[in-house]
Design a protein around this ligand. Structure first.
Ligand SMILES: [Zn+2]
Length: 306
């Protein structure tokens, strides 16, 4: 699940549960070590539900927060206790339709004062933390902005990508959660294809137009993911030019798409070797030490020297 999808999920959850008092929380005792802490949130009000990157964050009125991360598959579903009452606010029974085909064990059931009932199933990571020190937790402390943050214009994003630079690859910088949080490997591959950039290219070698193409492609994709999640369409219906298409022909040049771990980001990168060729990289102090560039020295004793 990608950042924009968690963003859409948080919007839908907030529409149902935001500012509501929690009547009770049911947790299977055999599944959840932190069940005592979780149950302490019963009888409290949910102040806010929002997302940062792929983290779903709940703030409660007694200064406690949940930070939930879709480490493994998860599913959120919403029902009314009164079975005859239709689920409103755009909810159908399963508000995260991405995982409806998967049988997942319920983890927690939250009953709200308005008669709404939310069930979380699957195996997410769930942290219970004091709200005041939420962003001091190592997983959250270095999270950058998410794509829907208003201040994150294209210009600021591009600047942030170049700031990390050094000798990092473009793949490493895109996946760096402190630059922009919530970018998936799939989005990374599609961004690089849109910019015609090799996954192992150094940030310094990416031109301004390529960078803009890349950022624009990510924005289009994020919009598509967000809207699909709100409307209940699975993300795999979005067009994939290279991601998970190894061996298939490129839609531009018909070369076979490759999958390699060349981006040094610890992940597979799918790319077209023709459209996304690796640029010539300067080596010694910015000078390309190709032998042909060295002027030929006058022949000595008839033997040409270089
Ligand atoms: Zn191609």
């Amino acid at each position: 699940m990608e950042g924009p999808e968690v963003d859409a999920l948080s919007f839908r959850l907030a529409a149902l549960a935001g500012r509501q008092w929690v009547d009770r929380i049911d947790v299977p005792t055999n599944r959840w070590q932190a069940n005592v802490l979780l149950k302490h949130c019963a009888g409290k009000r949910i102040n806010q539900i929002y997302s940062q990157g792929r983290w779903l964050l709940w703030n409660f009125s007694h200064g406690v927060s949940w930070a939930i991360y879709p480490l493994k598959r998860w599913r959120w579903s919403a029902q009314w206790l009164d079975a005859n009452r239709p689920v409103s606010n755009g909810f159908n029974e399963n508000i995260n339709p991405l995982t409806t085909r998967v049988g997942l064990r319920p983890l927690m059931r939250i009953t709200l004062e308005n008669g709404g009932c939310l069930t979380l199933s699957g195996r997410p990571l769930l942290l219970v933390l004091p709200t005041e020190s939420l962003y001091r937790h190592p997983s959250l402390a270095n999270l950058g902005p998410k794509l829907s943050d208003e201040f994150l214009t294209d210009e600021i994003w591009k600047k942030r990508l170049r700031q990390v630079a050094g000798d990092k690859t473009i793949s490493q910088v895109i996946m760096d959660e402190s630059v922009v949080a919530g970018i998936s490997n799939q989005t990374k591959c599609e961004m690089l294809f849109a910019g015609r950039i090799h996954p192992a290219a150094r940030v310094g070698t990416v031109s301004a137009p390529q960078m803009q193409e890349m950022v624009s492609a990510a924005r289009r994709r994020a919009d598509g993911l967000y809207r699909a999640s709100l409307e209940g369409h699975p993300a795999h219906e979005l067009p994939r030019h290279v991601y998970d298409r190894a061996g298939e022909p490129c839609c531009v040049c018909a070369s076979s798409i490759l999958a390699e771990r060349c981006g040094r980001d610890g992940l597979w990168s799918w790319f077209c070797p023709q459209c996304q060729s690796l640029p010539q990289q300067p080596m010694l102090f910015g000078v390309d030490p190709v032998v042909d560039c060295i002027r030929e020295i006058e022949p000595l004793n008839g033997i040409p020297m270089r």
